[in-house]
Design a protein around this ligand. Structure first.
Ligand SMILES: [Zn+2]
Ligand SMILES: [Zn+2]
Length: 114
């Protein structure tokens, strides 16, 4: 009577890296696979590749939204203008570095135009 055992060994490991790249780790430089294993690896690679591509796209979209909303920040606005009390604003305010700069509220732009 012979006693047999099936050893499960990892021949290849597929995962997404932090940079949304597909990392394929094999035990050896040359890995010969059974047709079934090769098929499974191909499926796994395709699955992870799609996941990585989606992750990359979502990440880019999130960055795009962040940069667009940052673009709406505009320049410094006087606190009175921010509160809607434009009459109390003298048209100058402090920026983030404590420097006197023109208030960029739209009320001043209209005043100059008219
Ligand atoms: Zn204003
Ligand atoms: Zn103002």
């Amino acid at each position: 009577m012979s006693i047999e055992e099936t050893v499960t060994r990892t021949v290849a490991d597929v995962e997404i890296t932090d940079e949304y790249r597909v990392a394929l780790r094999t035990r050896k430089k040359l890995t010969d696979l059974s047709p079934d294993a090769a098929m499974a690896l191909a499926d796994e690679l395709a699955e992870v590749a799609i996941e990585a591509a989606n992750g990359l796209r979502e990440d880019a979209a999130a960055r795009g939204i962040a940069s667009i909303s940052h673009g709406f920040d505009g320049g410094p606005v006087h606190p009175e203008c921010r509160d809607g009390k434009c009459r109390n604003c003298d048209g100058r305010t402090l920026n983030g570095r404590d420097e006197m700069v023109p208030c960029t509220h739209s009320c001043h732009v209209q005043a100059v135009a008219s």
